[in-house]
Design a protein around this ligand. Structure first.
Ligand code: BES
Ligand code: MN
Ligand code: ZN
Length: 485
């Protein structure tokens, strides 16, 4: 879907969507529309949409009024995104090929306008490519949004939002594609294509190199899979020479069967999105690189497939991580931490980070605690934690801080190795975080985001269809904008 700015509405387009603030109907509207909106209890609440038709002479126009909420609302930006998203949700598959989006009535700033357009663009992403029999009335029809009445500077702001949308779309695509399409090697290839010509530097480690580095924890997870594991790093030097980079690390388990500790069959298909942390990091990096962020940033992704096999690791196996610490693998389904511990250690050795933040669909327990509203945030540094929470408020990638502490840490001591990869029945998300913390070097500011409940949604939202939410990509972009640029 294209977004184009025009000075006036193209005459051949007969559908107009007008953004209106709450309780603030624009002057000069057709009386029938005003009556209709009243009768439908349209107030202009965020994302509320009223549709009517008007005639002038013998032409009939289709008109939508779209609510943006109160002008002074705290979450104004998100309300504006919602409004943009609501227009697209309504007309994407409506049969209309173009619409005019009229921004003139809502008193928007350039960045307000950018928020409406970002919401629209994000809500238009869909993944229909395998649906070869989708009936024509369910297919996407909308191709162009003609923006009129945009404030000065809205086109420049849109360039930035378009870069961000590109990143979010990349995350959604990686998360949506099934595991026979996105596996460690193809994940790398997709990133090579997406970042080609951008100036980002890509490093890929194969199994041989990781073996030489001693990444026994990551490699142990992948050893039951026919697919080779990969470690992928994408580096962007947009900041000052010598400034320590922000480093983001993602769990990229392209499919998680559980391994020998195999998962039950119902719902196992969800584990195609167990690479959602790596997807967020890849998309966040693409957003930053696309808008040429003035910061030094690195994204590191640990890419493996967790399968049961004659060569798979067994419960009880002891592996040695790159850090030298040994791990008793009591449950092969607690694999994400095994992947991340080597990725985190390598990232610290290689890049000397200003701070390091990992994203992972790490525990089902996180969904028990927070459902699908907040990701869980664990951190050893309050400033870093606050920065992430605040960025998440801006982009609606919400995070809720969870505790860490020595009493939890004890729960992963092992009688045979330095630690075991599971704790007891309780506090499963916290013991997972404690495990990761054992691989963070002294003095390094670290945060861990357990996003198991956030990557996939069984219902549509303001900025996504049912399915991949794109969670994390904008959070990374916003955090860098707020803290490193
Ligand atoms: N990828 C899963 C966590 C998960 C579950 C993410 C459901 C999204 C939805 C992770 O690898 C896992 O299997 N964790 C186990 C840990 C347990 C064995 C300690 C879990 O949460 O059950
Ligand atoms: Mn697992
Ligand atoms: Zn997993």
């Amino acid at each position: 879907m294209q977004i184009e700015f025009s000075a006036s509405a193209p005459s051949q387009v007969s559908l107009t969507a007008t953004i209106v603030n709450k309780g603030d109907m624009p002057a000069g509207l057709d009386t029938a529309l005003v009556k209709g909106a009243e009768a439908s209890r349209f107030k202009g609440s965020p994302g509320q949409l009223f549709e009517g038709f008007t005639t002038s002479g013998d032409t009939v126009a289709r008109v939508a009024l779209v609510g943006a909420g109160d002008k002074g609302a705290d979450n104004r930006r998100l309300n504006l995104e919602k409004a943009g998203g609501a227009v697209i949700a309504k007309y994407l598959r409506s049969g209309e090929e173009a619409l005019v989006l009229d921004l003139s009535a809502a008193g928007l700033s350039a960045s307000d306008a950018g928020a409406v357009l970002l919401g629209a663009k994000l809500r238009s992403w869909a993944h229909d490519k395998y649906r070869t029999k989708l009936s024509s009335d369910k297919q996407i029809s909308l191709k162009t949004v003609h923006v009129v009445g945009a404030p000065d500077g809205a086109d420049t702001d849109w360039e930035r939002q378009a870069a961000i949308a590109r990143g979010v779309e990349f995350t959604k695509m990686l998360v949506t594609e099934p595991a026979n399409i996105v596996y460690p090697e193809s994940f790398v290839e997709l990133c090579k294509e997406a970042f080609a010509g951008t100036g980002a530097e890509i490093t890929v480690l194969g199994e041989k190199e990781m073996g030489e580095l001693g990444m026994g924890a990551l490699l142990g997870v992948g050893q039951g899979s026919r697919r080779e594991s990969r470690l992928l790093a994408i580096k962007w030097n947009g900041g000052n020479d010598g400034d320590k980079p922000s480093v983001f690390v993602g769990k990229g388990v392209t499919f998680d069967t559980g391994g020998i500790s195999i998962k039950p069959a119902p719902g196992m298909e969800d584990m195609k999105w167990d690479m959602g942390g790596a997807g967020a990091v890849a998309g966040g990096m693409l957003a930053l690189v696309s808008r040429k962020a003035k910061a030094n940033v690195v994204g590191v992704m640990g890419l493996v497939e967790n399968m049961p096999d004659g060569n798979a690791q067994r419960p009880g196996d002891v592996v040695t991580s790159m850090s030298g610490q040994t791990i008793e693998v009591l449950n092969t389904d607690a694999e994400g931490r095994l992947v991340l511990c080597d990725a985190l250690h390598w990232a610290q050795e290689e890049y000397d980070p200003a701070h390091i933040v990992d994203f992972a669909t790490l525990t089902g327990a996180m969904m028990v605690a927070l459902g699908n509203e907040y990701g869980g945030l664990f951190a050893n540094d309050d400033t870093l934690a606050d920065g992430l929470v605040s960025a998440g408020k801006t982009t609606d990638d919400k995070l809720w801080r969870m505790p860490l502490g020595p009493e939890y840490d004890k729960l992963i001591n092992s009688p045979i190795a330095d630690m075991k990869n599971i704790g007891g029945r309780w506090a499963g998300s916290i013991t997972a975080a404690q495990f990761l913390q054992r691989f963070i070097k002294k003095g390094v500011a670290w945060a861990h985001c357990d996003i198991a409940g956030m990557v996939w949604s069984d219902k549509p939202g303001a900025t996504h269809e049912k399915g991949a939410t794109g969670y994390g990509a904008r959070l990374i972009d916003q955090f860098v904008a707020d803290n490193a640029e």
